[in-house]
Structure formats: C-alpha cells, structure tokens
Design a protein around this ligand. Structure first.
Ligand SMILES: [Zn+2]
Ligand SMILES: [Zn+2]
Length: 260
C-alpha cells in the first residue's frame, strides 16, 4: 500500500498569510517547506483513493477516471474546498464517502454536480476496490471519522484527522488492530494545558503511544509546530516522523501478524 501525503498543513497552511515567524519565512523562501490543506492519496494495485479534498487543484491532479473514490474525514472547509470546483465537471460521477453530517458544507449536498455522496457508518467497513475503509469516530467540532485502511495484501494504515485525543472505542479498535502505519493531526506545539481543540504535540504523541503503530506520521501541522521544531530539533521521538507535502511511503504488513 502506498501512502502519499499530498497536503500536511493545518487550516491556514504554511506559510500562514501575513505571518513572519521563522517557519513561515522558511516556507516563503523554500517550496519544500510549504504545507497545503491536509489530504492523502492511498494506492493499492489499481485502487486510488483520495482522503480529503481541501487542495484547490484536484481537477488538475486527478483527470477523469483516475480516482476510485474520495473519502472525507469531515466537512470543514480545509478538507472539502476542492470539491466546489470539481463538482461542475463533466463525465462519470465520483463516489464521495463522508461521515453522517446533515449540514455538510455550504451547498455541496444541494448542488453535488459530479459528486455522488455516500454515507459512512462508524466501524462499518466500506470496500473500495482492493482496499477496505473502516470509519473510526474522532473528537472534533463536526462529525468526523478517521479511517482504518486495510489492503487485500494485509497492510494496515490508520489515517486520523482532525481530533482531540481518541475516543475510547476508537482507541480500543486501533490497539487490537496493530497498524503498520498511522497518521495523526498535530496543529499546535506543546501547550501548557491540554487544548479543547485539535491535538497539540503532547496529545498527538500520547495517542500514538497508546496505539503503538509500527510507524507514525504527524500531519495537519500548524506553522507554530514547524517553528517549535526549528527551535527544538531533537523534539521528535523515535518511530515518529513529521509528514511533508508530496512525501510517499510504501507500507507492508508486519511480519508477526502473518505468523500469528
Ligand atoms: Zn507563521
Ligand atoms: Zn482540519
């Protein structure tokens, strides 16, 4: 299973408009440090699934027929705004799986155009080509699902944005599931008190420690996380990486699961 982090930014991205912090200055000077809306492409054999649609150039990146489906974590603008352009296209409809959210975002439900919205249900696996997506409830200000993604080859990858810690049922599912890889959001750097909003650095690392995936990536990164990491280059524990836009990883199933 191949995972490509297409975008790894928190809402506002890096560089943040008008910000002069070291991370935003670096992002302005070097495109390698730009963070666009948080999203990922999951590929296995001929199946290609886009998770979240916040990038504004989806119509250029994914010509007609190149995606098996889109899976949305939730309907905040930075995760769906690319759909507003895509929907007026021509050709085959595109399946868009989404959590049950009666509001959606703006008039997407009213005028779906090319988009064929389908509702996900928590813990009910949805088959897409050679992949299965099990929606995992997260803690956010809108109904939000992470995904436990399994390939027919036996690889398991959990993609979890946006959340403030993990609900008990989701944590239990993941602890029993033994992910080969896991991506989790981390918007602000370590806060003095646990934030009510999305994961800060401390909460994100605590959740990874509870789930114990083989490898972990932080994504949905705020500019102040980047600035904090520039000041604390030793801040990352072993086995945890910070994803960057365009980076790809090929995951294989862990050996012990085959034996057991
Ligand atoms: Zn900044
Ligand atoms: Zn977000």
């Amino acid at each position: 299973m191949r995972v490509t982090f297409l975008g790894t930014g928190a809402a506002g991205g890096v560089p943040l408009y008008g910000c002069h912090c070291p991370a935003c200055a670096r992002g302005l000077a070097d495109p390698a440090h730009v963070r666009r809306p948080c999203s990922a492409l999951i590929e296995h054999e001929n199946t290609r699934v886009l998770i979240d649609a916040g990038l504004m150039d989806l119509h250029e990146r994914f010509p007609p027929g190149s995606l098996s489906a889109i899976v949305l974590t939730h309907f905040h603008a930075d995760h769906v705004q690319g759909l507003f352009h895509l929907r007026w296209g021509k050709g085959e409809r595109i399946a868009v799986y989404a959590p049950p959210d009666a509001e959606g975002c703006a008039d997407l439900y009213k005028h779906p155009g090319l988009l064929a919205f389908q509702r996900l249900a928590k813990f009910e696996a949805q088959r897409i080509g050679t992949l299965s997506f099990t929606p995992l409830p997260l803690v956010h200000s809108k109904p939000t699902f992470g995904c436990a993604i399994a390939s027919d080859g036996g690889t398991r990858f959990a993609y979890l944005t946006d959340t403030a810690g993990l609900p008990a049922a989701t944590q239990e599912f993941l602890q029993a599931w033994h992910a080969d890889g896991m991506a989790l959001d981390c918007s602000p750097p370590p806060q003095a008190t646990a934030p009510r909003g999305p994961n800060d650095w401390t909460m994100a690392l605590a959740a990874i420690g509870q789930v114990r995936p083989q490898r972990a990536w932080l994504t949905h990164i705020g500019h102040d996380v980047d600035a904090w990491l520039m000041a604390h280059p030793q801040g990352l524990p072993a086995g945890v990486e910070v994803a960057s836009d365009g980076s790809s990883v090929t995951l294989s199933p862990r050996a012990e699961r085959h034996q057991g």
